[in-house]
Design a protein around this ligand. Structure first.
Ligand code: HEM
Length: 406
């Protein structure tokens, strides 16, 4: 039986690998329906790469990158770097990149290690934990808050805002956090997005008069040929950095630890050969595929894998399928930390212009967590069933009960 690949219920059982495999084999560019509207589902690695690397034909701006359609007014209000095309995208990307250069990211290593070590030590002491609550959720948000330069006393407020964002602002009044914007104009329809934007704006104002050695100051001072981010662009970028790197990295870590629980031999291998850590990071991110898909819109009539696509058509590229394409990855369903890192997994995009800006940071966080796991000789045992998030966008884990053994 084939699964509905856009039904959030489907993903409570995990990625529907059998359905994607059948689609890759028989109908790699398939016409499917979502909420009464047709879209092209792209499932093969090769075709996903083609779409990703051709922004002239496959636009991120026209219909934005969400599966669902939004009114133009909502798109204009919500648009961040990820939903732009050249030349606007080239400009934002150049101004955002200084925050993620190799040197900058290396500077984040120490802070990240301290946070990972503290979380692991607490979890080892507790012994029986929910891995999501104890490690996977707090690590990315605490790292990003730290490197953005959010004062310690506000860190919990950031965590609260980002948790509300992830849950779509459930249980919040529309006016929470002083919000006056109609919810449909806010990312995730959540007043927490407003709170985050406002907080970022105020912190930016402070750093303008009193620069620090932090990511907010880097963004504010970022300059390319005399051009800067406007106040709104900067606050948007602040907001994106908090939410784009949060749920995604959390998902990679939860699925990664679950993969070690299900494949204890792979964790033993890492303990005995810590030199495999970089490969393990790539394999965790491939196997987890935290972002299931992105959307593009055709700017002209074209063909993809022999299928005719018309201007205006919606195209959905499924990382959740391409990362398991058997013509590219041997035994794609097995979790194997010795897997060669090339060909590259596509969880961060496929080296197209929008390739994840935070990829070096996400890799750093996962590598450091693994190094600290190895340093402490930690093993994981299942202490209950994994509960997956009901989402067709993020391959999320709501709960992962486990016992830590050292
Ligand atoms: C394992 C964790 C992560 C995954 C799987 C992930 C995945 C992605 C994907 C699939 C894209 C879109 C690529 C495209 O459209 O071609 C993207 C873009 C982006 N990501 Fe990530 N991401 C992760 C972590 C992060 C982190 C830690 C940050 C920042 C703190 C971040 C910031 C961004 C930004 C700003 C963009 C937009 C780039 C652009 O449009 O030029 N991401 N990410």
């Amino acid at each position: 039986m084939s699964a509905d690949i856009t039904d959030p219920d489907t993903y409570e059982q995990g990625i529907p690998h059998a359905t994607f495999a059948a689609m890759r084999r028989t109908e790699p560019v398939a016409l499917r329906m979502h909420e009464g509207r047709p879209y092209w589902a792209v499932t093969r690695y090769e075709d996903l790469v083609t779409v990703t690397r051709d922004p002239d034909t496959f636009s991120s701006a026209t219909g934005m990158t969400n599966l669902w359609d939004l009114p133009q007014e909502a798109m204009d209000a919500r648009r961040s770097i990820i939903d732009t095309d050249p030349p606007e995208h080239v400009r934002l990307r150049k101004l955002g990149i200084p925050a993620f250069t190799g040197r900058k990211v290396r500077n984040y290593e120490e802070a990240t290690r301290a946070i990972a070590a503290e979380l692991l030590d607490e979890a080892i002491t507790a012994r029986d934990v929910d891995v999501v609550q104890a490690i996977a959720a707090p690590l990315p948000i605490r790292v990003i808050v730290d490197i953005l330069g959010v004062p310690k006393e506000d860190a919990d407020y950031m965590v609260e805002l980002s948790d509300h964002l992830v849950s779509g602002g459930e249980n919040l009044s529309p006016n929470a956090y002083g919000n006056t914007t109609p919810l449909e104009l806010l990312p995730f329809n959540s007043p927490a997005a407003f709170g985050l934007f406002e907080y970022g704006r105020k912190l930016g104002e402070e750093r303008r008069v009193d620069p620090h050695d932090d990511l907010v100051t880097t963004l504010i001072q970022s300059e390319v040929d005399g051009d800067h981010l406007s106040d709104t662009e900067y606050a948007n970028m602040f907001q994106v950095l908090v939410f784009a790197g949060n749920e995604t990295t959390r998902t990679a870590i939860s699925n990664g630890i679950n993969a070690f629980i299900e494949n204890p031999d792979q964790l033993e291998l890492l303990h005995s050969s810590p030199g495999l850590v970089e490969q393990a990071v790539e394999e965790i991110i491939r196997y987890a595929t935290p972002v299931l898909h992105m959307r593009r819109t055709a700017t002209k009539d074209t063909t993809l894998a022999g299928v005719e696509i018309s201007k205006g058509d919606k195209i959905v590229i499924w990382y959740a399928s391409a990362n398991f394409d058997e013509t590219v990855f041997e035994n794609p369903l097995s979790f194997d930390i010795t897997r060669p890192v090339r060909p590259k997994m596509v969880s961060f995009g496929a080296q197209g212009p929008h390739n994840c800006l935070g990829a070096p940071l996400a890799r750093l966080e996962i590598r450091i967590l693994l190094e600290e796991i190895v340093r402490r000789g930690v093993r994981f045992e299942s202490a209950g069933s994994i509960v997956r998030t009901r989402s067709n966008f993020v391959n999320g884990v709501a709960s992962l009960p486990a016992r830590l053994i050292t």
